[in-house]
Write a protein that binds this ligand. Structure first.
Ligand SMILES: [Zn+2]
Ligand SMILES: [Zn+2]
Length: 274
């Protein structure tokens, strides 16, 4: 019996002879179901279609693990490596033996977590392979459709997973939407791994905040302010979003503050609509 994978978001559903009627994550207003109807796939089908694991060093101590061509939403994971163990963040929708091997060679996994439920897809596979703890933000834990063997741990607020590697709940896109603060990142200046909790935009010079990217839904002012307040205590100069690019490469703290102010001006109708 196959593990059913939603072709649109790559979330996985437990082994069964037939897939569910619809993917619960895609039926939600933050995602979408194709106009032609729900589509399911399997890891075997994706491999046969030519998808391959893609592993690249992003910066020293940070390994990117994605797929080529990308699957579904197309996120690539980040493996944060420390002397005490490794965290895999925002697992990709597809992985193969090459991806597992690369993470094994880099020291394996202590924990696996995702910024929000759209990226839960392969979380159980990683956990099962490395006996890694799955960390789920408490308000979003119910979205995990395929549980790992080892029971997940829920958390809220902040959680230091490894020394200098802290999960920070920001809310916004999902109530449990979170980022990783990596103190050693960006050559010691600090980095955030943000998924789409803080969304880096194509010019790599600003960020935005969304309820839904594909459905173009904004967030209210109080939610935007909460995201900014959640990361304000941390030192960081760089933000890695959920994809290989774009990356906000420098001055990220100031950019987050500036972008949030501009966003709120637009929400309030105070932006000057020339
Ligand atoms: Zn889906
Ligand atoms: Zn999302």
């Amino acid at each position: 019996m196959p593990v059913w994978i939603c072709a649109t978001c790559a979330n996985q559903y437990p082994e069964a002879t037939s897939p569910p009627e619809v993917c619960a994550i895609c039926a939600d207003e933050r995602q979408w179901v194709p106009p032609t109807g729900q589509r399911w796939t399997t890891a075997e089908e994706l491999a046969a279609a030519g998808h391959r694991g893609e592993v690249r060093e992003v910066e020293p101590g940070l390994l990117g693990v994605g797929a080529e061509p990308p699957v579904a939403i197309g996120q690539r994971a980040l493996l944060v490596q420390t002397a005490e163990g490794n965290l895999l963040w925002d697992p990709p929708g597809y992985l193969d033996e090459r991806s597992l091997q690369a993470v094994g060679d880099a020291g394996g996994l202590t924990a696996v977590a995702a910024s929000h439920p759209h990226f839960y897809g392969t979380i159980a596979t990683w956990s099962d392979r490395f006996d890694a703890e799955v960390l789920l933000a408490e308000p979003d834990a119910g979205w995990l459709a395929r549980p790992p063997r080892r029971p997940p741990r829920t958390w809220s607020g902040t959680l230091e997973v490894l020394p200098g590697v802290t999960l920070v709940q920001c809310g916004g896109h999902f109530p449990g939407s979170s980022v990783v603060h990596w103190a050693e990142g960006a050559g010691g200046a600090g980095a955030l791994l943000s998924g789409d909790t803080i969304f880096v935009t194509p010019g790599e010079d600003r960020v935005t905040f969304v309820r839904s990217a594909p459905n173009r839904l904004p967030l209210p002012e109080r939610a935007v302010r909460r995201v900014v307040e959640a990361v304000r205590p941390y030192r960081f100069d760089r933000i890695y979003g959920g994809w290989w690019e774009p990356v906000l490469r420098r001055d990220a703290r100031a950019v987050v503050e500036r972008s949030a102010e501009r966003y709120v001006q637009w929400l309030r109708g105070e932006a000057g609509e020339e």
